[in-house]
Structures are given as C-alpha cells and as structure tokens.
Design a protein around this ligand. Structure first.
Ligand code: V0V
Ligand code: CO
Length: 164
C-alpha cells in the first residue's frame, strides 16, 4: 500500500526536476531524422547501453529545463529485451518512461521504498553518460514507468550511502 505524502518535495530527497522523456522506437535513424529535421532538435548524445540492451540518442531543443529539455529515443538491441516486448505490445513504439533527476538515487529509492513503492532494482544501474538509474514500477505510479537518474558527479557523498 503506497503512503501518499502530503508534501512530495519534503518526502523525496534531492529532487532536481524533470530530466528526460523516453520514447521507444523501432527505427532509431528514422526517429532521429524526424525529431532533428522536422522539429529542429539537436542530437547531444549517442550510446549503446548493453546492460539495458538499448541503443539510445538524446536530443534537446536547448530551451527550458536545467540542462535543456531532453528527449531520449530508445531502440532495443536484443530480441528478448524489455524494450522489445514493449514495442511489440505497443504496436511499434510509444512513450516509454519519464525520468526525474535526483541528487542521490540511493536515498531517493530508499525513501520511495519506505513509502511502499516498488523500485525495480535493489541497487542503481548504469545509465546514460555515466549516470546511475533506477525505475519505479508503472503499476505503482498510475501507469507511467518512472526513472530516477543521478548524473555522474551529482553528489560526491552518495558513494558513502548504504543500501540501494
Ligand atoms: C510495461 N508496462 C508498462 C511499461 N512497460 N506501462 C507503462 N510504461 C511502460 N514502459 C505495463 C504492461 O503493459 C503491463 O500492464 C505491466 O506493466 C506488466 O507488464 P510486464 O509484461 O510484466 O512488463 P515487462 O516484463 O515488459 O516489464 C515491465 C518493466 C520493464 C517496467 C518491469 O520494462 C523494466 O524492467 N523496465 C526497466 C528497464 C527499462 O525500461 N530500460 C529501458 C530504458 P498490464 O498489461 O498488466 O496492464 S533505459 C534508460 O532509460 C536509460 C539507460 C537512461 O535513461 O539512462
Ligand atoms: Co531514460
């Protein structure tokens, strides 16, 4: 049972704001062309994340947000990956997750767990650009897969935290 806090900012430590929106696509190059050439977004990063079994491109308009608004295009690398299952289920693609930046993903995950929210990983895993990530199960958020991301070098003290 999720305990709904009356003051989310006080309960979730170190919330820095919206980080990126993740969109699952079947054809990464075609999706990049669409967002770059039609919407005018700029590609800021490309990466293959073998742990998550995805190829990823990050784009931004350069406007809004702490690091600019960010769109993460994701294409599955493996047949049996979670993203491939999502694509098949959603008819080829769609809005996959919403990511919030936090200063310390371990603390944030621990507090959410204490509120009865299911985190997908016991300990954070490797995310884009050396970040550390965890996810809240979509069934505990009202249907949206929610990512927590701690950017590399975001909190020099987080390595001393215990637990995941
Ligand atoms: C599944 N469901 C979703 C969903 N994926 N609902 C909303 N958004 C999604 N993305 C629903 C699905 O329709 C089912 O609903 C229910 O959840 C359980 O489905 P399931 O068959 O058990 O789903 P699975 O086996 O595909 O697992 C779902 C989870 C999986 C969320 C557990 O996708 C996962 O482990 N995700 C975390 C890793 C990940 O997504 N990596 C890619 C992004 P009904 O039908 O029962 O109602 S990597 C990334 O963002 C990086 C690297 C980064 O930013 O740095
Ligand atoms: Co993401």
């Amino acid at each position: 049972m999720t305990r709904m806090p009356s003051d989310l900012e006080r309960v979730l430590p170190g919330l820095l704001g919206l980080d990126h929106v993740g969109v699952a696509v079947a054809d990464l190059d075609a999706a990049v062309t669409f967002y770059r050439d039609l919407l005018g977004l700029r590609v800021v990063h490309r990466e293959e994340n073998l742990d998550q079994q995805v190829a990823e491109v990050m784009l931004t308009s350069g406007k809004g947000g702490r690091d600019g608004d960010q769109l993460q295009l994701l294409m599955p690398l493996e047949e049996n990956s979670v993203l491939r299952r999502f694509l098949v289920r959603r008819g080829g693609g769609g809005l996959h997750h919403v990511a919030y930046a936090v200063s310390d993903v371990r603390s944030a995950s621990r507090v959410l767990r204490q509120c009865g929210v299911r985190l997908l990983y016991d300990a954070p895993r490797a995310g884009t650009r050396g970040s550390q990530i965890n996810f809240v199960h979509p069934k505990d958020t009202g249907g949206v897969l929610l990512e927590l991301v701690e950017h590399a070098g975001a909190d020099p003290h987080s390595a001393q935290e215990n637990g995941g």
